[in-house]
Design a protein around this ligand. Structure first.
Ligand code: NAP
Length: 332
């Protein structure tokens, strides 16, 4: 059993990581933004693990020295997961709301870990495929990306809309993490996990009115709000397993795990929902046109990641069906 710290503990991905860590018998401390959110999370943790989980309140990850006081109370942590970052496309001041918190938050947690955690072996940062390609390059099927690729968008091109600013926030945050390792030579090393769009059920209870941005895409289909979205997909349960692998395995050291299992379009999701839940009588959209939607997307090769991890990733169909079933169950 080891003690592990995780930032953004209330998040969709973080809760899955926490669940796995608890199941593996680890002691987990998670940062949350308020006591109310911490208590709500604690109440969702299954009773048998209650003694293994604690929360710490860190209201704003980008505030100066945001994590210093907290990590001084947890000098004995062995691993740290940095998942917290604004993950929304609903912003007005894109630079202030997305880029600055992502970058300053990453710097803050690395600085605090370096100052106060002498036994820390590794940080696993939840980066994104947005650190691998820009939102423009992602939709250019003449381009090709793998674990070595970096989003090369220009800063000034990222400020005009929330999607571009989000992509910029992730590439700059991940670069600042690798730069910290290279220049400051801390006692800990680093692994980055780079997921494409993450889908699947919530780890604990599901509140269908308060879903994270990707789960809300499926929730919106159930509310007949249909908008074509395309990209790569990965099941959240594979993401959590990849974080645990990144923590536990020596061979993960210094790697970027590019977590993607093919393409999705919201039409594909709608087709799966209509096949599995015909009783919902949802609109059909343009049945079967999903493959055409995704034909514009850049080609990717994450075979190095797949080979390293060694398991088969979950399908889009399973992620969508499990998400919908959980939302329906939560309404009963
Ligand atoms: P999420 O559910 O929105 O979780 C984000 C977490 O970060 C929440 O705990 C949130 O706290 C916290 N947070 C955000 N801004 C903060 C701030 N300024 N100060 C303190 N805490 C802050 O999203 P998620 O899907 O789990 O994403 C987790 C990580 O995975 C993010 O780094 C995201 O960029 C990355 N990622 C996600 C996807 C995806 O498809 N979901 C894909 C690739 C990468 P509150 O809950 O209190 O707001």
């Amino acid at each position: 059993m080891v003690k592990v710290f995780i930032t953004g503990a209330t998040g969709f991905i973080a809760q899955h990581i926490i669940k796995l860590l608890l199941e593996h018998g680890h002691q987990v401390v998670g940062s949350v933004r308020s006591q109310r959110k911490g208590e709500a999370l604690l109440s969702r943790i299954p009773r048998q693990y209650a003694g293994q989980f604690k929360y710490e309140v860190v209201p704003e990850l980008a505030s100066p020295d945001a994590f210093d006081a907290t990590l001084q109370r947890h000098r004995d942590i062995r691993f740290l997961f940095h998942t917290a970052s604004p993950c929304t496309f609903d912003t007005v001041h894109h630079e202030q709301e997305l880029i600055i918190p992502a970058v300053n938050g990453t710097r803050n947690i690395f600085e605090a870990a370096h100052k106060y955690c002498p036994h820390l072996k590794r940080i696993v940062i939840t980066s994104s495929d947005s650190a691998i390609f820009s939102n423009v390059d992602e939709r250019n099927n003449k381009l090709f990306f793998n674990e070595q690729s970096w989003n090369s968008m220009k800063y000034e091109d990222a400020l005009g809309d929330s999607v571009s600013a989000y992509y910029m926030s992730k590439v700059l945050a991940e670069k600042s993490a690798w730069d910290f390792i290279a220049t400051r030579k801390p006692v800990f090393d680093l692994v980055a996990v780079n997921p494409s769009y993450v889908y699947g059920p919530q780890a604990f209870e599901c509140d269908p009115e308060n879903l994270n941005v990707t789960s809300a895409m499926i929730g919106n289909l159930l509310k007949c709000k249909y908008q074509i979205e395309i990209g790569g997909y990965i099941d959240v349960r594979d993401i959590a397993k990849a974080h645990l692998f990144a923590m536990e395995r020596d061979e993960a050291r210094g790697r970027r795990l590019f977590m993607t299992n093919g393409y999705f379009s919201t039409q594909m999701m709608l087709d799966f929902i209509n096949q599995h839940f015909p009783q919902l009588n949802l609109p059909k959209g343009n049945v079967g046109s999903g493959e055409r939607d995704v034909s514009v997307l850049a080609r990717v090769d994450n075979s190095a990641t797949k080979q390293l991890l060694g398991w088969q990733f979950g399908s889009l169909e399973t992620a969508v069906v499990d998400t919908v079933q959980q939302i329906l169950d939560s309404r009963k």
